[in-house]
Design a protein around this ligand. Structure first.
Ligand SMILES: Nc1nc2c(ncn2[C@@H]2O[C@H](COP(=O)(O)OP(=O)(O)OP(=O)(O)O)[C@@H](O)[C@H]2O)c(=O)[nH]1
Ligand SMILES: [Mg+2]
Length: 376
């Protein structure tokens, strides 16, 4: 079946056609050979369709990169973050800031020519301040942006038999990992992705940490420690009857954030129970008690929602524009005349235009589109 997409309503903005056939690679190859034998066609380069869409002004550069991010997203939050750029909202906000700055620059320039027009520095400061705030708002949540796009790496660790695999299974809702009364059950790291309140967590069930371990168990412990160091969140499981042992403290600060999980509360007298906090949650993995509380403490770490900026080029250019505006404001405050700061303002406009692709050179375009795969 061939579908004709007439310009300008196609993805690229050009006349195009899509051929649909069975996905058997042998069939696809034969079809490509037939098309190639006409000598009227060649294979597309990486990202060529999206690059053409950009060059034909169907989308801007921010949106083109969002297409790439959408295709590569491995989790629900990632697709939502990419989708929110693709709908053009970020481009509109960036262009509004750039337009407002261009307006300020125009006023400064008119005041050079027209000596009667005395532009006072306070009015420039008043104009710049909300623009800096808007950029700060766009840049919010930078520290967790990449992690949210890729999924939050969450490691379940603790001494052997603490109930790590039981907790892993309770969160997943099915018996994925082997649970056994004997310590040293889990050796290989078991990994599963779970979406909780729109945020993707990649849970790792690990081997119990035991100093005296040897052989395969020792290798398991080494892997656990390596995993802890790369974690955004560590759920450190403790048998609540024994409490946290002093020599366990050294495992607590390896990841970015550790939540202590006091497990097996069904075996405690209620007198021994303490309240839940942001750092300690009391549960019974076996009886699925307290799991909701734990997941809400985990999602609260990301309560400011999904960040809008998660692609490094966007963060860099917006940060650069923000710093230039801040520098311009400080220069005015320290007594420099407004004409002296217009160069900073121009550079800030340039960064914003580079962001949406109004000012992108071939090298940048090549770098961006070469990260796409063929056919996109
Ligand atoms: N009563 C009670 N028993 C639990 C609870 N959580 C785990 N257990 C029991 O504790 C034992 C060890 O549980 P696992 O989940 O295998 O512990 P683990 O930390 O993964 O152990 P290793 O993989 O060997 O390090 C099993 O017998 C579980 O049934 C709980 O909340 N209450
Ligand atoms: Mg286990």
């Amino acid at each position: 079946m061939a579908v004709y997409h007439p310009c300008p309503h196609s993805y690229t903005g050009e006349d195009s056609a899509e051929i649909h056939c069975h996905g058997n690679p042998v069939v696809v190859e034969r079809l490509l050979n037939v098309i190639g034998s006409t000598h009227l066609a060649r294979c597309a380069e990486k990202g060529e369709f999206t690059k053409r869409a950009f060059l034909n002004a169907k989308i801007d550069l921010l949106q083109a990169e969002a297409v790439g991010a959408l295709i590569s997203a491995g989790c629900a939050a990632g697709t939502e973050m990419a989708g929110s750029i693709l709908d053009g909202g970020l481009s509109r906000d960036v262009l509004a800031i750039s337009d407002a700055l261009t307006h300020v620059l125009a006023e400064i320039e008119v005041s050079f020519i027209n000596e009667d027009m005395d532009l006072n520095s306070t009015s420039v400061l008043v104009a710049l301040s909300p623009l800096i705030e808007q950029i700060d708002e766009l840049l919010k949540g930078q520290d967790t942006a990449t992690n949210l796009y890729n999924g939050i790496s969450t490691t379940i660790a603790g001494l052997p038999n603490a109930g790590k695999s039981s907790l892993f299974n309770a969160i997943l809702g099915y018996p994925r990992a082997i649970v056994h009364a004997e310590g040293g059950t889990t050796r290989d790291i078991i990994r599963e992705r779970v979406t909780i309140s729109g945020i993707d967590f990649i849970f790792h069930d690990t081997a119990g940490i035991r100093e005296t371990s040897s052989g395969p168990e020792r290798i398991g412990v080494e892997k656990t420690i390596e995993n802890l160091r790369a974690s955004d969140i560590v759920l450190y499981v403790v048998d609540a009857r024994k409490g946290l042992q002093p020599d366990e403290n050294r495992w607590l600060d390896l990841g970015k954030k550790t939540i202590i999980i006091m497990n097996k509360i069904d075996l405690l007298d209620s007198d021994n129970m303490h309240g839940n906090t942001q750092d300690t949650v009391w549960i019974s993995a076996k009886h699925h008690t307290g799991i909701d509380k734990l997941t809400s403490v985990m999602t609260e770490q990301f309560s400011s929602g999904l960040p809008r900026i998660f692609i490094p080029r966007h963060a860099y250019l917006l940060g650069k524009a923000r710093d230039l505006l801040k520098q311009a404001s400080e220069s005015i405050e320290s007594g420099l005349t407004v004409d002296c700061v217009s160069i900073d303002l121009k550079s800030a406009v340039h960064s914003l235009e580079e962001l949406v692709g109004k000012e992108a050179d071939d090298d940048i375009l090549h770098t961006i589109f070469s990260q796409f795969c063929v056919g996109k």
